[in-house]
Design a protein around this ligand. Structure first.
Ligand SMILES: O=C([O-])CC(=O)C(=O)O
Ligand SMILES: [Mg+2]
Length: 226
């Protein structure tokens, strides 16, 4: 029997892929984001998938090696590196192995190394930064258990989305509700951007009409007597 949590459906992954981290966080009441220091190693990287979790001893990557070989397509490896900042948890070799295994990407609360190779690769890695020191390989650690990563709980099987703004986690029992809300927000934002652009065009052409204040602004400002 697989140790891995069931993969999320292709439909869920496709829907999440057509959204982004900000819409998904909005749909969770502006929550769900990991520590802002966890960012893609190169701008433009995006990852969406089912969480595969590992907890590491600070500065030690033994269990991260095992997690890579437990992984396969559809999974995003999420590693609680406890925010350790003296040793890197992975470099180009492990990143290459994870990509070869079919893993969608790696999120780590800690540092990595081999910046040049990692940032030129198409393989998405999200970390807090870079340091030349390598890790120990002695353990202990924990695989496929609930963890905390970047201040957010991650349970194996949760939905993970990472992009240039950071990483957001959607608990598996909330996915349907969150995706439908985020899709509605996307529609709202598209319409809003269109009206902002139309207003700017009209204004610069000397024929402004109406206003582009969001519908809720007036009501909210009443509390301030304005
Ligand atoms: O030593 C390690 O396990 C990490 C590393 O440098 C690599 O993945 O290239
Ligand atoms: Mg190396």
């Amino acid at each position: 029997m697989s140790k891995l949590a069931p993969l999320l459906s292709e439909d869920i992954i496709e829907r999440a892929d057509s959204l982004n981290t900000t819409l998904i966080s909005d749909a969770m009441g502006c929550t769900g984001s990991m520590d802002y220091k966890i960012k893609p190693v190169a701008s433009g990287m995006k990852v969406v998938g089912t969480a595969l979790t590992v907890s590491l001893r600070p500065g030690d990557n033994l269990f991260l090696h095992q997690a890579i070989y437990d992984g396969k397509e559809g999974y995003v490896l999420v590693a609680d590196g406890k925010g350790h900042t003296t040793n890197a948890y992975l470099g180009e070799l492990m990143a290459g192995a994870a990509k070869a295994m079919g893993i969608e990407g790696i999120i780590i609360d800690g540092l990595v190394r081999d910046k040049e190779t990692l940032s030129e690769s198409a393989f998405p890695i999200f970390a807090k930064g870079f340091i030349p020191n390598g890790p120990l390989k002695d353990g202990p650690g924990e695989l496929h258990k609930p963890i905390s990563c970047g201040g957010v709980s991650v349970v194996p099987g949760d939905l993970i989305i990472g992009d240039d703004d950071g990483v957001v986690v959607v608990p598996k029992d909330k996915i349907e509700e969150v995706l439908s809300k985020a899709e509605k927000k996307l529609d709202y934002e598209k319409t809003r951007l269109e009206s902002i652009a139309a207003y700017e065009k009209a204004r610069t052409e000397g024929r402004p009409e109406g206003n582009i204040q969001p519908h809720w602004l007036r009501e909210q400002m009443k509390a301030y007597g304005l």
